[in-house]
Design a protein around this ligand. Structure first.
Ligand code: UDP
Length: 232
């Protein structure tokens, strides 16, 4: 398997989405998006979590780092595109469980999936506002009983990663943390237009739309510079 360590973080080089999906089903772990910000600033706790699981290149900064280490054919796989790809690739054989976002968004997500993928087996779902310990226990028990093959968890970071860790302990499966992807899927939040995404300029589009994001994008520039001067 093509994998290397960047700043103490194990990062996989996948050359196609199918390769990643097949590997995920063979391993039954959590898929964790790696970008420049994580490569620079992940805490020890997050690093340990990534290193037990499957870190894939969700950002262009991670792709640059792998290419520089010799993995020339590494592709960028945006997490918000990966989860529908996992479904498309496997819904005839596998079962699914969805957790996250607001109640109306998760309901719309389930409806849209059922019409886009006829026959899809969604074993259960719930919104992402888990308020009490009893709610969490009920969710964990439900996962244990229903045994889904794939669990998508869209609560934002690091909340979703911590929940996934608990779920993995009681039921091995393919897990993916999705942030706000259900909101994007049902159109409650807009993504950058295709041209910007295709040219790896999604970050620039977001910056124009939301200049306050500059704070979140400085790591990419810093990361690129550190790569150029061989500090990573
Ligand atoms: N959310 C949730 N439970 C919470 C807090 C947030 O399910 O306790 C959901 C929220 O409705 C949204 C997503 O998590 O759908 C957060 O998305 P955000 O874009 O903030 O996450 P990021 O992708 O930046 O990690």
């Amino acid at each position: 398997m093509n994998r290397t360590t960047i700043n103490g973080i194990n990062t996989y080089s996948f050359t196609s989405r199918e390769e990643l999906i097949e590997y995920a089903f063979s391993e039954k772990k959590s898929l964790i998006a790696i970008n420049a910000e994580k490569l620079l600033h992940a805490t020890e706790q997050i690093k340990n979590l990534i290193n037990k699981n499957i870190g894939y290149c969700d950002g262009i900064g991670a792709v640059w780092a792998l290419k520089k280490k010799g993995f020339k054919h590494t592709i960028k796989i945006p997490g918000c595109e990966l989860w529908p790809d996992i479904i498309r690739h496997s819904y005839h054989e596998k079962s699914f469980y969805l957790v996250g976002s607001k109640q109306d968004v998760i309901e719309q997500t389930v409806n849209k999936l059922q019409s886009s993928f006829p026959g899809i087996r969604i074993l259960n779902y719930r919104d992402g506002y888990i308020k009490t310990e009893a709610d969490k226990e009920a969710l964990l028990n439900d996962i244990k009983t229903r045994k889904p093959d794939v669990v998508f968890v869209a609560l934002g970071s690091p909340r979703q990663e911590l929940l996934i860790e608990e779920m993995l302990r009681i039921h091995p499966a393919v897990y993916q943390g999705l942030g706000g992807s259900f909101d994007v899927y049902v159109g409650a939040v807009q993504r950058a237009p295709e041209w910007w995404v295709k040219h790896n300029l999604e970050w620039a589009y977001r910056l124009v739309k939301q200049p306050s994001r500059i704070k979140r994008q400085i790591p990419l520039v810093r990361f690129a510079w550190l790569l150029i001067i061989n500090k990573i």
